[in-house]
Design a protein around this ligand. Structure first.
Ligand code: NAD
Length: 316
């Protein structure tokens, strides 16, 4: 059994990662300031004696280091971030503080207190508009937003510190993650959570362009398992891996699956394509497979679960 500190534990990916680690018998120290996360997401975890939640800001100097000194985790999974590309464009200073400085504070906490491993939530956004398809880890990195640039800078910061001070760093380049607990109220939320809410409420969805854009959608349950593996599997060395399925799904395909489950809802409304939208994004999952991770949940299966799942209840 390992003790894992998870930053951003109350978020979409963080809460599923926490549940997965607890399910595998590990102890979890969760940290979150509820910037975008919710206590409700941790309803299961909070019932476990192996889970402790600290409401703290990991971007504030000294805070994480003090917690790591007190808790002595075997690994840190760093998920806390400003997660929206659009918000990073509107507020690049805040993006720098939450997505670069906070990573430096994670590296510092690991260095000062002998943490053996750091798992970092990177993103396919570091590849930007790279033409390669499927995208391998060696593809040229051409981030086109402050968010993508910060994720790339954080990878380098953490890998450099790990190499110098002797801890392992695993950078997880998530593609499009979907599943329960993703907040559809955010205007920046993933397309699937917005589709799910609209269809549930009987409202037609909007497709920008012809709807033939494709994405590599990966179920959050698989991402949680990938994070747990990266944090706990013995013998892993530092590096980066795409966390993806290697399968492309178009937005029209998605709308078709939702429409079949909600026959009364009107057809999608088409609007002109948005400037800057990437047409196709597809990852190569081979490097993660070599480390022991392969996604198991298909889009149709994951969507069926999402459609049948009741919304997360509000905690008192
Ligand atoms: N969802 C995706 O498709 C996707 C894709 C690529 C990368 N990522 C990355 O995965 C990570 C998790 O994203 P998510 O989709 O679960 O988003 P989320 O907003 O649900 O989770 C982020 C969590 O971090 C917390 N947080 C933010 N700043 C904090 C701070 N300074 N101190 C403490 N807690 C803080 C938030 O309250 C929230 O609970 C992020 O690093 C994100 O950039 C997500």
């Amino acid at each position: 059994m390992a003790k894992i500190l998870v930053t951003g534990a109350a978020g979409f990916i963080g809460s599923h990662t926490t549940d997965c680690l607890l399910g595998e018998g590990h102890a979890v120290v969760g940290v979150d300031n509820f910037r975008t996360g919710r206590k409700e997401n941790l309803a299961t975890a909070l019932r476990s004696p192996a889970f402790a939640l600290h409401v703290k800001d990991v971007a504030a100097p000294g805070v994480l280091a003090a917690l790591v000194a007190a808790e002595r985790p075997d690994a840190i999974i760093h998920l806390a971030a400003l997660v929206s590309v659009q918000e990073s464009i509107a507020n690049p200073e805040l993006n720098f503080s939450l997505n670069v400085q906070a990573s430096q504070l994670v590296a510092e906490a690991a260095r000062l207190h002998g943490v053996g491993r750091v798992v970092f939530a990177s993103s396919a956004a570091i590849y930007g508009d790279a033409a390669e398809r499927p995208i391998r880890e060696s593809a040229e990195k051409r981030p086109v937003s402050p968010y993508g640039a910060a994720k790339l800078a954080s990878e380098d910061l953490l890998l450099g510190h790990g190499a110098c001070y002797g801890f392992t760093v695993r950078c997880q380049r998530y593609f499009n993650v979907f599943g329960t607990r993703q907040d559809p109220a955010s205007p920046y939320s993933g397309v699937i959570s917005i589709f799910a809410r609209n269809y549930r409420e009987g409202k037609p969805v909007t497709l920008f362009g012809d709807g033939r854009q494709t994405r590599d959608f990966i179920a959050v349950r698989d991402v949680a398992r990938a994070n747990a593996l990266a944090a706990t599997r013995p013998g892993l060395t530092s590096g980066a891996a795409n966390i993806c399925t290697g399968r492309a799904t178009s937005l029209l395909d998605l709308a078709g699956i939702f429409a079949a489950a909600h026959p009364g809802v009107g057809a999608p409304v088409h609007r002109p394509a948005r400037a800057g939208d990437i047409l196709h994004s597809l990852g190569d999952p081979a490097a993660a497979a070599a480390l022991g991770f392969t996604a198991r949940t298909g889009v149709a299966e994951g969507l069926a679960e999402l459609i049948s799942e009741p919304p997360v209840p509000v905690l008192p």
